[in-house]
Structure formats: C-alpha cells, structure tokens
Write a protein that binds this ligand. Structure first.
Ligand code: GRF
Length: 193
C-alpha cells in the first residue's frame, strides 16, 4: 500500500519518444481495477513527443530529458524515478538504449514492447526487414530489458500474418493494435504470481 495515495498498485513509469499510442493504452488500462500498475511518471527524451499530452487528463507527472549527454541523462532519469517511488518501468517506443549501469538498478523491473517476433529483427525497421526477407509472419514481443538490445527474456508474443501487398507502413498499422493488447496481457502475466 502506498500511504500517500492509498493505492496498492505498483508505481510505474512509461518511457516514450514519439506518438505514445502504447502509453495511451497503458494509461487506460492502469485506471482499471484489475490493473496491477498505476502510471505515475512519463519520461520522454523528446520534448515534441505527441504522447506527452496523454498524461495531462490524469495529471500524470512528466519529465523531458535532454539526451545530449547520456550519462547525465540517465542520472536525471534515475533521480526522477526515485523521487516518484517508481518500482516498475515500461518502455513504449523509447528510442534510446539504456546503459548497463542504469539497468543494474532495475533488474527484472523493466519491460519493452518490440514490433517483431524476437529473436528475429532486433533493432530498427523491423517491418520492412521482415517483408524484404519474405517472412510469412511478423508480430510483436514484450520482453524484459537487459543490456543486450532486444534480447531479454520474452514474456509474450503475438503473431501477425504478412500479406502479399503489405508495405512496412501497412504492416506496422496492423501490428500496433496487437501491441496494445499484448502489452496489457504481458503486464498481467508479470504480476500474476
Ligand atoms: C511501437 O511499434 C513499438 O513497438 C516500437 O515503437 C512504436 C511506438 O509506438 N518500439 P507508439 O509511440 O507507442 O505509438
């Protein structure tokens, strides 16, 4: 129980860089009774991230982090997380790689959504690369974050069929709603024990 809010939910921060549709979806989930998490902080490395607007309605604290110097940026993030007693982190379209040093403080407490069927297509341009390789399926994966990019233990995956006419954009559009569903399921799974 958090005495300051009376909430038993796990205080969570969501890290974003852009559109924030996953963030929006996580906020909507977090206010439901069945959600084990509350979203208490939004971290963005981009002051123009559209997703920053989503927290306004629910009065969620946000912090824009200047990433000119990664070391300093991560120190600021760390302080911010401590200030808000954050215990769990969801990366949702956050375009920075967190250092080993940062991650050691949050072992087993950071998860990420990636738009491919990991271990295939780590990194960027996943949809285009899957199509170019004539894959029959792509999809999305929620996994724990470790210092090795997109390589931590997989929590859940969802397959999506690649259609003949698919472009990177059309495939991304079809996968995104699946990401939203998968992220929620993965969080429920993480806290199911
Ligand atoms: C998603 O496809 C996510 O898997 C990837 O970046 C995209 C972010 O989308 N890492 P949004 O900002 O949540 O709308």
């Amino acid at each position: 129980m958090d005495p300051s809010t009376g909430s038993k939910k796990i205080k969570t921060a969501v890290f974003i860089s852009g559109t924030g549709s996953n963030l929006k979806n996580l906020i909507n989930f977090s206010i439901k009774k069945k959600s084990p998490i509350s979203i208490n902080l939004i971290i963005s490395d981009n002051k123009n991230a559209v997703g920053l607007n989503y927290g306004k309605f629910f009065n969620i604290k946000k912090k824009i982090i200047d990433y000119k110097n990664k070391n300093i940026a991560e120190k600021k993030i760390f302080l911010e997380l401590k200030k808000h007693n954050v215990n769990f982190i969801c990366l949702a379209g956050f375009m920075r790689i967190l250092s080993k040093n940062f991650l050691k403080n949050f072992k087993g407490k950071i998860i990420n959504i990636h738009p491919s069927l990991l271990p295939k297509y780590k990194g960027l341009n996943t949809h285009k690369r899957a199509i170019e390789n004539n894959e029959k399926f792509s999809g999305c994966t929620v996994h724990y974050v470790t210092p090795k990019l997109d390589s931590g233990k997989i929590i859940l995956q969802k397959k999506v069929i690649i259609k003949k006419k698919d472009t990177g954009k059309s495939l991304a559009r079809r996968i995104l709603p699946q990401e939203h569903k998968l992220y929620v399921k993965a969080i429920l799974k993480v806290f199911s024990h």
